[in-house]
Structure formats: C-alpha cells, structure tokens
Design a protein around this ligand. Structure first.
Ligand SMILES: [Zn+2]
Length: 152
C-alpha cells in the first residue's frame, strides 16, 4: 500500500466518521494507520508493538476497542483463519465481505464480486435469512504461493 493509498483511506475514515457523527479519536486514526503500514493486515499484538514507545502508550484494551470501532464502521475485518485484522474499506457497515485467505502465507484479499454477493443474498433469502454484514472466509493458495514467490 502506497503513502497515497494510506492518505486516501485515512481521509475516507475521517469523512465517514464525520458523516455518521462518530468521533475519530487519535488512537482510532493511529490504529488504522499502523494497519495500513503493514500492508493492511496485522495481528492486534503487532499493532500494539508498533505503537510509538514515547509518551503514554495506549493500553491493549483501548487498541482492541479502536479495532472494534473500525470493524463496526466497515473499515476492518477480523480474519479468523489467521487471527489478523484486515483493512477492507467498504461502502458501509452492513455489507457482507468475502475474504480470500492464503493458507500458506496468510495473504488476504477482499473479493469484490457483485454476482457472488447477489447469489449469496438469494441463497440466504431462500432459507429465510437476510444477509446483514459479516463475512465469509474462503481458504486457498494465493497466486504468489502457487508460483513459489510468497513473501518470506
Ligand atoms: Zn500465499
């Protein structure tokens, strides 16, 4: 993720918070920024470790609360398969996200596919369910790992 992408994501976060009347605390902004610095994917432990060691460090529970906030507003997903937090800026908090997760290197990608979303919504509807946010994790092997080029 480039510095420009990071700036755009932070700007979008700021706008979304303002529009929804949420307070964008310095910690919420910092947690998103640290996640972006790790290419949009990190464990809570890594984020806590990445916090600057100068001044008063936020407590781990406050970092978790910031992550929960980012999940609630649709900026971050928790990936169960890898126990990581993944930045996936969606249009709103209620969208269902399909995540592709590499079983070899942990690379994660949000799958943008309207047809798939429609099919999921229809299938859930047939079972008298309404899809309401959440996510589906699809395990597989990423392209880089298939070619033996996975990052170390
Ligand atoms: Zn991989």
């Amino acid at each position: 993720m480039t510095a420009a992408d990071t700036g755009t994501a932070l700007d979008t976060l700021e706008r979304r918070c303002a529009a929804a009347g949420h307070r964008l605390t310095p910690l919420r902004r910092q947690v998103l920024s640290l996640l972006l610095r790790r290419n949009g994917r990190a464990t809570a432990y890594e984020i806590i470790n990445d916090l600057p060691s100068v001044g008063r460090r936020p407590s781990p529970p406050s970092v978790y609360r910031a992550l929960e906030f980012l999940m609630k507003i649709g900026f971050v997903n928790r990936v169960a398969a890898t126990s990581t937090f993944f930045v996936s800026v969606t249009d709103g908090p209620r969208r269902h996200t399909v995540l592709l997760v590499c079983a070899a290197c942990g690379a994660t990608e949000a799958l943008e596919d309207e047809g798939l979303e429609r099919a999921l919504s229809q299938a859930a509807g047939s079972a008298h369910y309404e899809v309401d946010g959440g996510q589906t994790e699809v395990n597989g092997i990423c392209g880089a790992c298939q070619r033996g080029l996975a990052p170390a």
